[in-house]
Design a protein around this ligand. Structure first.
Ligand SMILES: [Zn+2]
Length: 374
């Protein structure tokens, strides 16, 4: 059983509303105010509605017209569907169907607009981007997960996964420290990171939040701040859904249409030549700088030293000439225009407020010892 942050609209309250913690029981949905007052809307009279400025606010009503519970917390609707009584489950099913219908309708409009523009050859690149951004914004995050799954088998092609707790635990601890500072819908994804044995200095994130870091990167980084910087940068590709955008850019709007409306076999065939992973992580320049700037802000919010990001960029440059294996620096080669990026990141750092920095349970030193087989 979970609790969700939300609130209550009640005419009897001094301001007409108050924050509340929402809990789902079999017999109904309960909202508890900080002051201790408890409201319950019984399952058999429950009515649900989505709305608000984001369209994601869930409104929960019963028979009393003066009382409404509300919450934007992800997972609440699903929990009402699984926990509460049959009548409430029906209310959830009706709402889910309605939301899917409107979402599909809005989405098709965007996609049709984008496709028509392409067909007519009317599109200048910026206009195309606007159409794509509009369409991607309407897509459910479950599509990102689906796309990420398509590429996940390619992760293991880099090398075997390292399960030693000193290395795997460090990667997970850094990821978990960043997670709460992501927007709620992204934080609620099944974010996961695997350490893979490989000399490459590389890390990547798939749409939907599956991540991998190659052990070469852990060996080359000077401290956890550098590792956190790379993770945060990659997480921002997930958060801004750059994978889907990269897909549309390389395979076209029709590829997206096929993923949304049909099964994904068509797109797998389409991408087979180039590899799904390569397509989904082939980001444009703008996406890279967005991931840099939002990423460095994320590291600071999570209490890491934001200077880790420019330091890591410099480090890559410095080890580049001595590197015997060209792929050893794949993260850098996929991230061009070094100097400008470092300058932009460093210009942002003074404005960032660094969050609390609790001691880590895992250290980079111990992780490295594990990688050396000690
Ligand atoms: Zn990137």
């Amino acid at each position: 059983m979970s609790t969700y942050l939300g609130g209550v609209f009640d005419d009897a309250l001094p301001e007409g509303r108050a924050a509340a913690t929402i809990t789902v029981w079999r017999h109904g949905v309960e909202a508890r105010l900080e002051a201790g007052k408890v409201y319950t809307i019984r399952s058999e009279v429950l009515r649900l509605e989505r709305g608000g400025s984001t369209g994601r606010m869930l409104f929960i009503r019963g028979q009393d017209p003066r009382l409404t519970l509300f919450s934007e917390a992800p997972g609440l609707l699903e929990e009402i569907g699984t926990t509460s009584g049959l009548e409430a489950r029906n209310a959830v099913a009706t709402l889910t169907a309605e939301v899917a219908k409107t979402r599909r309708a809005t989405l098709s409009l965007w996609l049709i607009a984008a496709a028509v523009l392409v067909v007519l050859g009317l599109v200048t690149p910026p206009l195309f981007r606007v159409a794509v951004d509009g369409a991607v914004g309407q897509l459910p995050l479950s599509l990102d997960v689906k796309l990420g799954d398509l590429a996940s088998s390619e992760i293991t092609s880099f090398g075997p996964a390292i399960t030693d707790e000193r290395a795997a635990g460090l990667a997970t601890e850094i990821l978990e420290r960043l997670r709460p500072h992501l927007p709620p819908d992204i934080a609620a994804l099944d974010l996961k990171i695997t350490v893979i044995e490989s000399a490459e200095v590389n890390a990547f994130a798939l749409p939907g939040g599956r991540m991998a870091v190659l052990s070469g990167l852990l060996k080359r980084a000077d401290d956890v701040n550098m590792v956190a910087a790379v993770f945060a940068h990659e997480l921002m590709h997930v958060r801004h859904r750059h994978g889907i955008r990269a897909l549309v850019q390389s395979a076209g709007v029709l590829a997206l249409v096929s993923v949304v409306f049909g099964d994904a076999t068509g797109i797998v065939a389409l991408l087979a030549q180039g590899g799904v992973l390569a397509t989904l992580t082939h980001y444009g320049r703008e996406h890279e700088s967005q991931a840099d700037l939002d990423g460095v802000a994320l590291t600071a919010a999570a209490g890491f030293d934001p200077a880790g990001m420019p330091a890591f960029f410099r480090k890559l440059k410095e080890i580049a000439p001595s590197s015997e294996v060209q792929e050893a620096l794949s993260w850098m080669s996929s991230h061009p225009s070094h100097e400008e990026r470092i300058a932009a990141i460093e210009a942002l750092i003074p404005s960032l407020t660094r969050g609390e920095d609790p001691p880590m349970n895992h250290t980079l030193e111990a992780a490295r010892a594990a990688l050396r087989g000690e």
